[in-house]
Ligand binder design. Structure first.
Ligand code: EPU
Length: 344
């Protein structure tokens, strides 16, 4: 087992925060995972699971064993008349997997092209874009259950998928995802309910063109983390009550809003931030991106403290103007490698 010490995690988190991990190991198999977890137990170290690092906020020093998930592989499992089932290692790059599905004429995930991160993270916050969520195509998730100390297969119905949510988000220290099994369609059923995308796809209604247009839309609005370190949308789109929406709509009739099937109204956080004067604005080294105000960017060598200073002011300004408290989307870690609430 190759445990390394004092490892810089800056290249492994897309916000490019300086973060030194006291202990670090790359995990490439289920056996390596079990060995690493046993080592952490013996050494009384907390465990921090690192995937693509595209949704995490890390402090400058972390005293914990960082498990960098790198289990590879795409295997065919079964098929029926309409679909094929594919099992994918948690360490596969999400976007490359989406491209692979399209090349292999397997459909459903095209709207999710170019989302940063790895396959193993896709069920955690049930990644979603342009009217599709990963959970719709996940059949099951293979995990190591740290509570029961064994591998387990969790079927999608038990994952409790909803907007940016799953059981893996509720109970982050319990499960380590090793594989995700997807059930993909043999015949494309294009999801074009997102206005800009429908227009961009035009008359060429193929999954290949849909994927191409999603990539173009994302590239036109969202910063490339290599150029502008970021974690995608920094805040969730808040779901507010119908009463609060009706009240706000009187003052802000253009407020982008999406009534939810289960009640409440989803509001575009990017619009709220934009209207609060934060689009393209910086506080120190951290600011909100000039083409999409929902994306926070590390413009220089910011630390977690700098990131917090900026986003607290953004939250404050939005709350003052709209009476809505924005909830950050990325996961916040403390120096012991544990997940912390943004509200503390
Ligand atoms: N808007 C503004 N100003 C801005 C940004 C947005 O006025 O600076 C307005 C837009 O004009 C539009 C509305 O807000 O009317 C929504 O904007 P957009 O379509 O860009 O989507 P979003 O709600 O900001 C969400 C997801 C994205 C996903 C897109 C497309 C969340 C938190 N974000 O963004 O996901 O790609 O929809 O489906 O749900 C991510 O999670 O990292 C992510 C990028």
């Amino acid at each position: 087992m190759n445990i390394q010490t004092q490892i810089q995690l800056k290249p492994f988190n897309t916000l490019s925060l300086d973060a030194i991990a006291s202990h670090y190991i790359k995990v490439q198999s289920q056996q390596e995972l079990v060995d690493a977890l046993n080592y952490a137990k013996q050494q009384q170290l907390n465990v921090l699971i690192l995937s693509g690092g595209s949704n995490m906020l890390l402090p400058e020093h972390i005293h914990a064993l960082v498990l960098h998930m790198d289990i590879q592989g795409i295997e065919f499992v079964s098929e029926d008349e309409h679909s094929k089932t594919i099992r994918v290692g948690a360490g596969q790059i999400w976007h490359d997997f989406v491209l692979w599905t399209t090349e292999n004429r397997l459909y459903g995930l095209q709207n999710l092209a170019l989302i940063p991160g790895l396959v193993g993270a896709s069920p955690v916050q049930n990644i979603g874009a342009y009217g599709v969520e990963a959970g719709e195509f996940i059949e099951s998730v293979q995990v190591y259950d740290r509570q029961l100390e064994k591998f387990n297969l969790i079927v999608a119905a038990d994952c409790d998928f909803s907007y940016r949510h799953s059981i893996f988000k509720d109970d982050p220290n319990r499960f380590v995802i090793t594989h995700v099994t997807f059930k993909l369609l043999k015949h494309a059923n294009l999801m074009l309910n997102y206005g800009d995308l429908k227009q961009a796809v035009g008359d060429e209604k193929t999954a290949e063109n849909l994927q191409k247009q999603v990539i173009q839309i994302r590239q036109s609005k969202l910063p490339d983390p290599k150029e502008y370190p970021n974690v995608g949308s920094f805040f969730k789109n808040p779901i507010i009550s119908e009463q609060l929406y009706d009240h706000l709509a009187l003052a802000f009739p253009n407020l982008p809003h999406y009534p939810q099937a289960k009640g409440g109204v989803k509001i575009a956080a990017g619009w709220l931030i934009d209207q609060s004067g934060w689009k393209g604005k910086q506080l120190g080294m951290v600011g909100m991106f000039h083409k999409q105000a929902l994306v926070l960017v590390n413009y220089d060598q910011a630390t977690l403290a700098d990131v917090k200073a900026t986003y607290h002011v953004v939250q404050h300004d939005v709350q003052q103007k709209f009476n809505i408290l924005l909830e950050p989307e990325p996961v916040l870690f403390d120096e012991a490698g544990l997940i912390r609430s943004h509200l503390e």
